[in-house]
Design a protein around this ligand. Sequence first.
Ligand code: NAP
Length: 297
Amino acid sequence: MGHVESSRISGTTQLLGVIGYPIAHSLSPVMHNAAIAQLGVDVAYVPFPVAPPDLAAAVAGLTAIGVQGFNVTIPHKQAIMPLLSDISNVAKAIGAVNTVWRTEQGWYGTNTDVAGFLAPLSAVPADWSQKTVVVLGNGGAARAVVAGCTQLGCAAVQVVGRDTAKLQAFWQSWQQSPLAVHLSVHLWDDLPKLLPNAGLVVNTTPIGMHPHDQESPLTSAQIDLLPSSAIVYDLIYTPRPTRLLQQAAPRLTLDGLEMLVQQGAAALQQWLHQPAPVDVMRAALLHHLSHLQESVE
Ligand code: NAP
């Protein structure tokens, strides 16, 4: 049972959880139950596999059985939205919800990926208003990155993708939003023009994720175009470091582990109304990931 001691669960235990499909590989139970054990609160965090046609019934069931809050992962991050009574502005802008809690009116949804993405950047001393950001990829995580970089006050955010129609739709979807002020979209062929002016590069594609450890979204020649002061941030957390981050050294590099930890910490803080033990959550994830790595090698 991992970190949950079954003897700890009683008639008074409050439930938190995560819905997704599949859900067996979710890292959230590891991180949250470690935090719950550390805090000594009477709470358990449970993974719930919910197939897409069952989403509305599952949410009604979570209401009925008194679940206090839950995370939402693939494929429900958009589909959950009409089932909630209210949604935060940041989740509306991103178009996805990953954290839900109970209110008197019904379920309230937000998205903690922006806070997670920003947490490691806030420790970097930088004048963000002078920095242009190049975002590789235009999927779900790229949306949190665009909102985060706008919140930081970055000079411009340039999103790079491989599909003109998807890029156009991405750009269009932000046009009514205050959370993407200086956004432009580009094809990968534009990178030689974009990289020499980049202050921050963020990889939001899965290129380089385990087991494709030797792949990188950028060639060595493209990396060489980056200023030495550029920060390179890869949202991938397995392997650590990715090929991209190895190539980018000695520039400042950040991997995706801290984003994962901090989006979880932000959710737990909402649910429990107390600070999350971030160090315990990070250690639990590292421990779990190192075992996963060993079991596939
Ligand atoms: P997603 O919605 O599927 O988006 C992936 C994006 O990558 C899409 O724009 C896709 O392009 C692009 N892409 C995929 N393969 C590509 C290739 N071979 N060449 C060029 N572009 C490619 O996925 P996501 O949810 O945004 O997640 C993306 C990555 O971020 C994953 O590795 C995930 O683990 C990581 N992530 C990390 C955290 C964290 O907490 N650290 C949080 C969220 C995501 P098309 O649109 O053209 O298909």
